[in-house]
Design a binder for this molecule. Sequence first.
Ligand code: ZN
Ligand code: ZN
Length: 312
Amino acid sequence: MSSDDCVQRLCEINSKEIQEPSKRNYWNDLIWKKIIVLLYVHIIFIYTLTSVHTFKMNTIFLASVMYILSGLGVTAGAHRLWSHRSYKAKLPLRIFLAIVNCMAWQVPIYDWCRDHRTHHKCSETDGDPHNARRGLFFSHIGCHLVKKHPDVIKNGKKLSLDDLKEDPVVMWQRRYFIPMALILCFVIPTLIPYYMWEETLWNSYCACVARYCVLLNAAFSVNSFAHLLGSRPYDVSINPRENKIVAFFAMGEGFHNYHHAFPQDYSTSEFGISKLNPTTLFIDMMAFVGLAYRRNKISQQMIGARKRRTGE
Ligand code: ZN
Ligand code: ZN
C-alpha cells in the first residue's frame, strides 16, 4: 500500500476503528512567530480584564458589536455558507460576510474552508488539522503553533475546492486579506473609541485585542471542548459533542455531535433558533429579506432515525 493509499485509508476509517495519532516531535515544527503573537494577544487580554473598570461603556459596547459581527463572518460565512454550502446567499450578503470575516482575522475564507473540509473528512485522524485525539491543548491552540502534519496537507490538496475558486468574493477576499484584516480587525475598531468618545488610545487598542482574543478562543473551543466534553445524542461512535457553553461563545456552533452527524444542516443544530443559536437567527433574518435562500434542514424523521440507530 502506498503512502497516499495509507492517508486515504486513514481518512476513510470507520469511526468505530479510530486509530491513535502517530508519534510526533513538536519541537522541530514550532512556528515561533505564531507563538509570540498568540502569547502577546493573551497577555493583553488578561491585562484588559484587570483594567476593564477604566474603560468607557461605549468602548465595551463597540467591542461586543464587533464580536458578533466578526463571529458571523466565521459562523454564517466561512463555516455554514462556504465550507458546507448549507444555504445560499446573494451577492450583497456574500460581500458582507467576506468583509466581517476579515474582522475576525483567522485565515482567508478559502483556506478556512479547505482546512474545515479536511477536518470533517479526516476527523480525529492524523489528517485532521486539529486532531482532538492529540489532546485538549493541541486541538485548542497547539495545532496553530506547529507546522501541519503532512497528512493534513496531502488531504487538503485532494479536496475539490472549485466552488470556492469560482466565487469571486472568496478569491477577492483572499487576495486582499492581510490589509483588509489589519484595517477592519484592529485599526478602525481602535480609532473609533479614540475619536468618537475620547477613550484613551491604549484602552481602545486593548479592547480591540481582547475582543479578538475571546473570539479566537471561542472558535478554537469548537475544535477542542466540543470534541471532548458533552453528550452524544446523535452518534455515540464519534467524539464531537453537544456543548452548550461552546455554543454560547461560538454563536451556535457548539452542537457538534449533531453537526458532524448532519454537516449539511444550515442550523448546525437540531433546534434552530430556540436554543443558543444567533447565527441561525441571522441566516433566517437574511432569508426573510431575500438575501439567503435554500436553507438545508434535516427532517425530524431523519434525526429521529439517526438517534435511534447511533445515538447515546
Ligand atoms: Zn469538529
Ligand atoms: Zn463544519
